[in-house]
Design a protein around this ligand. Structure first.
Ligand SMILES: [Zn+2]
Length: 642
């Protein structure tokens, strides 16, 4: 499997929609999502309602319809919800039927290439359900249209930043058909798209975007002008937009598939580290509110960037077969995703802060977002995330298991079942029974009609050792270069494989002498309590401000011990009322940490412990809607001061 990188082809492949089903706490997340905003959005948010142009109405004709269906279709399949499935199908049927003789499709009054890139992705998912070949034929016709028109009508605005998203469906089709002219179109799209490989290798924007861009000049009439000043301004605007960056992490890989250039491969493998070095914080996001905002944990990150980052990592994990993308993906899914969504799934934040001491309407130090960007609501700041966040969990589920040529890959750890065909053609079912990431034991139960040979790959958790037991007996696995482990054998009916990860809580260093606490895929935070105050709208999809119930100026001891305490795993584990796991650590009050712009100000320098330390009860970051995650350092009494 290591050779796929050299040959610039996909290492693993995704299973058809519905082959993986969520279990346990993860199934509850999807059920809550379907019972919340995702299941009823069309009733409270007209942009995705029955008047959408994507349903033949005269309403919204841009990205919001395709965004919503991109999450709703897999959610409907995974929760087996016919009402939601029929609603999603309406958009897909309309899109398929809207294609004219030239191959063009979608709302005719809005010819923007960008929203079509999203709908193409949804259609590739839909082809798992409508297997008539209609989707493939539709894509061929559209790509012919693009080939004939992309030079006279080049990618512009968002499509110029996001052209690689077009390549996702192009390569989906190419991998099935090997049609040579698709690569010719791919090259034209790449040439018209921003140079994301150069961006991730050099990162010209290492500081808060305010250093490079005067946001008072942001105006499409100016940015669309054909003069050098406007062109440079627009390019900077697009490169520093956090959602573009999150999406673009996969761009160098798709470019590499076209060019085979070492530059593109290098940017694929190292892009994450580069962006995190200059904009990363302890929730494993890079800041962008909504442009890149530097290393301060009081800056925010937009929810669209969270779900798009997950999608990028899913593509990278599957196509490169490199385990670190899975480690990173779990970090985002188990922390930043639930953090920005209310426990009842009826409201969300536009921007989340790593250190978030209140979520209220007021002036925060965003690069260019509005005063309501971090409240929990239906459409805080702007409605893109309202339409787009639904894809987070359903697509995560669809990537827990991947297909390899010689077997099956457990690429993400979460309670689930998978059905697939072994290389011999026999049907295999595996159930993964676990409460991971809240504890570290996993049990795989194999259901087979007869003994079947295949290779089982599973991701090595970085930083953890492990014990493997097959039917109660210790076994050893082969360790691969790409960070996966494997067991190969003739599996028997009722085989059981236990995997136990040995994960210790640890401190992690971040910018400006700050520390965070994590254990495996979970980041931990000090919860501040939350008083939810309704400010506008109609329940259940109303808008809420959150006020803290306790003080936030705490530091953590650099030599703290940890104690792990397990609680009950309830219907909604990402809720500060009932966290399923608590880490007890030692900290102390810091007196010189000021509030600035309704946020935690600059993190104070490391300071000695003056009085006795206090016990801090830390809970999963995703459960603590108000929190301190990056702490100032309290020096131990033994540290020598210079
Ligand atoms: Zn958004």
């Amino acid at each position: 499997m290591e050779s796929s990188l050299k040959e610039a082809r996909s290492c693993f492949s995704q299973l058809p929609l519905g082959a993986i089903k969520p279990l346990g706490w993860l199934k509850n997340q999807l059920d809550l999502q379907a019972a919340g905003l995702s299941g009823f959005l069309s009733e409270v948010f007209p942009d995705v309602g029955p008047t959408s142009w994507w349903l033949g109405g005269a309403g919204e004709s841009w990205e919001r319809g395709p965004y919503y269906i991109d999450g709703l279709l897999p959610l409907a399949v995974l929760t087996e919800n016919p009402r939601l499935f029929d609603y999603a199908k309406g958009f897909l049927q309309w899109s398929l039927e809207s294609q004219d003789k030239s191959g063009f499709f979608g709302p005719p009054k809005n010819p923007d290439w960008w929203p079509r890139m999203v709908m193409l992705k949804v259609l590739t998912l839909y082809s798992d359900i409508d297997q008539s070949g209609k989707v493939e034929e539709f894509l061929i016709n559209y790509f012919k249209y693009q080939l004939n028109n992309i030079e006279s009508r080049p990618l512009y605005r968002w499509a110029r930043a996001r052209g690689f998203e077009n390549l996702v469906s192009l390569f989906w089709l190419y991998d099935k058909t090997h049609t040579p002219w698709l690569l010719e179109l791919g090259d034209k799209i790449r040439e018209q798209t921003l140079d994301w490989s150069g961006f991730f290798l050099e990162l010209p924007y290492k500081k808060n975007t305010r250093n490079y861009l005067d946001f008072t000049k942001v105006d499409w009439d100016f940015m669309d002008k054909d003069d050098p000043e406007a062109r440079t301004f627009l390019t900077t605007f697009l490169y520093t937009h956090v959602v573009n960056v999150a999406m673009a992490l996969k761009a160098p890989w798709y470019f590499y598939r076209l060019t085979k250039s070492p530059q593109d491969l290098n940017a694929t493998l190292n892009g994450l580290e580069v962006i995190m070095k200059y904009h990363g914080t302890a929730n494993y996001l890079f800041t962008g509110d909504e442009h890149l905002a530097g290393l301060n944990p009081s800056q925010g990150t937009e929810l669209c960037a969270v779900v798009e980052l997950m999608y990028s990592l899913e593509q990278l994990l599957c196509q490169t077969g490199i385990s670190k993308f899975g480690d990173y993906l779990e970090k985002i899914a188990y922390n930043a995703l639930p953090a920005a969504i209310a426990p009842d799934f009826w409201s969300h934040q536009y921007d989340q802060q790593t250190n978030q001491i209140s979520a209220t309407i007021g002036k925060r130090d965003w690069t260019n977002n509005g005063p309501d960007a971090n409240i929990f609501g239906l459409e805080p700041n702007y409605g893109c995330c309202t339409a787009n966040f639904h894809q987070g969990w359903p697509k995560f589920v669809a990537n827990i298991w991947l297909k390899a040529e010689d077997g099956i890959v457990l690429s993400l750890y979460a309670p689930s079942t998978v059905s697939f065909k072994a290389p011999s053609g026999e049907n295999v079912n595996i159930a993964l029974d676990t409460d991971y990431p809240f504890n570290d034991k996993l049990k795989l139960k194999f259901s087979l009609n007869q003994p079947v040979w295949f290779k089982l790959y599973f991701r090595r958790l970085s930083g953890a050792s492990w014990v493997l037991k097959l039917n109660g007996e210790k076994v050893t696995a082969v360790v691969h270069e790409n960070g996966f482990l494997s067991l190969v054998r003739t599996w028997r009916p009722k085989d059981e494989l236990e995997i136990e990860w040995m994960i210790k809580p640890s401190l992690k260093c971040w910018a400006n002498d700050s520390l965070s606490v994590e254990r495996g895929s979970l980041v931990f935070a000090l919860p501040l309590g939350e008083k939810w105050v309704k400010v506008r709208g109609i329940s259940p999809s109303a808008d809420y401000e959150l006020y803290p119930k306790s003080s936030w100026q705490w530091g953590i001891l650099e030599d703290t011990d940890f104690e792990v305490e397990y609680g009950e795993l309830t219907l909604q584990p990402f809720n500060s009322d009932c966290p399923p796991v608590i880490l007890k650590a030692s900290g102390a009050k810091v007196t010189n940490w000021q509030e600035e712009n309704l946020s935690a100000g600059k993190i104070p320098k490391p300071q000695p412990l003056k009085e006795d330390s206090k016990e801090l009860k830390l809970i999963p970051y995703g459960a603590a809607k108000l929190r301190i995650t990056q702490f100032p350092i309290i020096l131990s009494k033994d540290t020598k001061h210079s």
